[in-house]
Ligand binder design. Structure first.
Ligand SMILES: [Zn+2]
Ligand SMILES: [Zn+2]
Length: 189
């Protein structure tokens, strides 16, 4: 989107009114102003790292240019995989999904694992973890896709699946979630 398109859309927003006749632009403008002021200081250092977005769906990594550091886990992520506030701070989709699907203290442990620096290939810490002992690799990666553990209840697995489906942005991600959920369900019958 070029600047002309952005201004055109802003002009469109400026003509809209809330039910009590406040121009919508009055609500948006302070947020945009704050973001515009805060973004350079927060984002330029991350942009200078030339890092690829750390968001992963299953084994597929996003790889778009990282712009913002997640305030929760510290990983570098692109703007499509971040929820950004007016102060230009962002939280990555994975951390948001973790929080949204959190039900037990066990899941806090998982978040700490994820907060480690992103490893180039497989994730040895999680793959080697005792929680997955005796679990076949395909089933383990199904659990990892949903962010669940074999010790989670059926309800917890289903809840994690539903939350991740809500956040899935494309067909391939959704297909992977469905496949993982089915694999886990089958292993539990
Ligand atoms: Zn991304
Ligand atoms: Zn994060």
């Amino acid at each position: 989107m070029d600047l002309g398109q952005i201004l055109q859309q802003a002009a469109h927003a400026a003509q809209a009114f809330t039910p009590n006749s406040t121009p919508v632009v009055e609500l948006i403008a302070p947020w945009v102003r704050s973001l515009t002021l805060s973004a350079p200081a927060r984002w330029l250092p991350v942009l200078a790292e030339h890092a690829a977005c750390a968001h992963k769906a299953g084994t597929r990594r996003c790889g778009a240019r990282a712009v913002v550091a997640c305030v929760a886990c510290g990983r570098r992520i692109c703007l499509s995989h971040a929820l950004v506030g007016a102060d230009a701070n962002g939280v990555c989709h994975d951390c948001v999904t973790d929080v949204a699907s959190r039900k037990s203290p066990r899941q806090v442990e998982r978040k700490e694992l994820r907060a480690e620096p992103v490893r180039p290939k497989a994730e040895p810490a999680r793959r080697g973890s005792a929680a997955f002992e005796g679990i076949e690799p395909a089933l383990q990666s199904a659990y990892e896709t949903l962010g669940c553990m074999p010790s989670d209840t059926d309800d917890e697995v289903e809840h994690a699946y539903n939350v991740r489906m809500k956040f899935a942005t494309n067909k391939a991600d959704k297909a992977l979630l469905v496949k993982s959920f089915e694999r886990i369900a089958k292993s539990r019958v």
